[in-house]
Ligand binder design. Structure first.
Ligand SMILES: [Zn+2]
Length: 448
């Protein structure tokens, strides 16, 4: 426990240093918890020094270092009131005992904090945070997938699986379908069992696979181990997999054109809405939360067939191959965002190191990183918005391969391919009484 105490002293001394306060004396009851019931000679001596006016304030790591009983807290309040000494806590914020309200708060906090286990877990957390800032890996536990036991080298076969999974999720595949594919291929997990969406999601969200260290889900430093995927891939994976709309257990959408189909009459997005007999339709819905005109309907089956045919046709055309080569501009834009992300992450690393080296306080650190984190979040969203052309990889000029596979491709992946090529599909009004599918109602807006 001596290590824990020295760390607390470090924190307190750093605070004093940063606030121009002179530390006259350090009082330590090493190894004696405030709740152990043992007498704490240093604590008593400190109270006596305050009482005698030798000390005009005290810095404590957490208020629960001070009192072990309501009785002791009351004595302490009396002491602070009588002497006007100031109390500063490092982890508990301002510890103001000067008003009745603040004293009630202190009493409640005291009651809440009276658990040694909580106290322990906070110290462990503190240790983990310290390791994180130094870019070290938290020890213990199972081997991390993709790396050897001491986490210094990637394992080639596992690294290939990590890369494949990352690429597939980034091009619109689902966790579920990647998992079932891995299980079909008998790819073992780190424990040898089958893949589940939860296991895969945890793996792909982990900062370590791009050589980074995280703490409480936030990327805080670069780790000393080699990366398997790039930091910008991790940023995009986190943006996609962290999206609450995307649930691992959700059934794949059976309407691959959802979000792309628009009503020509009112311009609103048409939504998936089957008819009572079960036939699938896209409709312009007019209902609470649906701002459409309620007048346009189209059967999903022939619409999707037509769009698929059009996509396959375009994939085989020279014009498209040229257009995709010409998409360098989008890729360049992505690159700029990636560069910005990279430099912001570096800056966060530097701040974390400064904080780790006590060159700034926790409060200063929090304030300094807020705008950077905001920028990172915005850029992650922008990057995520680029569907890019990666979904089309291998299919340009090779529509035959895609035609053969199309029906067995998951709707989300179909959708990734479609939205790599199409901005939207506008559906014109139908002719009353005419049930035959009318292709002239459909106006696709191609991206390339
Ligand atoms: Zn409409």
């Amino acid at each position: 426990m001596a290590l824990g105490v020295s760390r607390q002293i470090e924190d307190c001394t750093a605070w004093a240093h940063n606030h121009g306060t002179v530390v006259a004396e350090v009082y330590v009851d090493n190894d004696i918890s405030a709740y152990s019931g043992k007498t704490r000679p240093q604590y008593r001596r400190m109270c006596e020094d305050i009482k005698q006016g030798f000390r005009d304030g005290l810095i404590v790591w957490h208020p629960d270092r001070l009192h072990r009983s309501p009785r002791e807290l009351e004595d302490f309040i009396d002491l602070i009131e009588a002497t006007g000494a100031e109390v500063q806590t490092i982890t508990g914020g301002d510890y103001d005992l000067s008003t009745p309200h603040a004293r009630i708060l202190a009493r409640i906090l005291g009651a809440v904090a009276r658990h040694e286990s909580e106290d322990k877990s906070r110290r462990i957390t503190r240790k983990a945070a310290e390791l994180a800032f130094q870019g070290k890996r938290n020890g213990g536990g199972t081997r991390a997938y993709g790396y050897n036991a001491d986490h210094t080298k990637p394992i080639a076969a596992e690294a290939a699986i990590v890369k494949e999974a990352a690429k597939r999720i980034l091009s619109g595949d689902t966790l579920r379908s990647v998992c079932s594919d891995f299980n079909l291929r008998n790819v073992p997990t780190v424990k040898g069992g089958p893949w589940s969406p939860t296991v895969l999601r945890t793996l792909l969200m982990a900062a370590r696979i791009s050589g980074q260290r995280e703490h409480h889900g936030e990327i805080v430093a670069n780790g000393p181990w080699p990366a398997i995927i790039t930091p910008s891939q991790t940023a995009r994976l986190r943006a996609i997999l962290g999206d609450p709309d995307r649930r691992t257990n959700r059934t794949p959408r059976s309407y691959p054109l959802t979000g792309l189909v628009r009503c020509e009459r009112c311009g609103e997005k048409m939504v998936a809405r089957p008819r009572d007999d079960g036939s699938r339709r896209y409709v312009c819905a007019k209902a609470p939360g649906y701002p459409g005109c309620g007048k346009t309907f189209i059967l999903a089956e022939p619409l999707e067939q037509m769009i698929t045919e059009a996509i396959l046709y375009r994939l085989d055309s020279d014009a498209l191959a040229k257009a995709i080569v010409g998409q360098v501009s989008e890729d360049a834009a992505t690159e700029n965002i990636e560069e910005d992300l990279q430099s912001d992450r570096l800056q966060l690393d530097e701040l974390a190191q400064m904080y780790g080296h006590k060159e700034m306080t926790a409060r200063e650190w929090t304030a300094a990183k807020a705008p950077i984190q905001q920028r990172i979040a915005t850029n992650e969203r922008r990057l995520n918005a680029f569907t890019g052309t990666s979904a089309l990889e291998g299919y340009v000029g090779n529509a035959k391969a895609l035609r053969g596979q199309w029906d067995s491709i998951d709707p989300p992946r179909q959708r990734a391919i479609i939205s790599a090529l199409l901005n939207s599909i506008t559906v014109g009004p139908g002719v009353r009484g005419r049930n035959k599918f009318d292709p002239s109602r459909i106006k696709p807006d191609w991206k390339v």
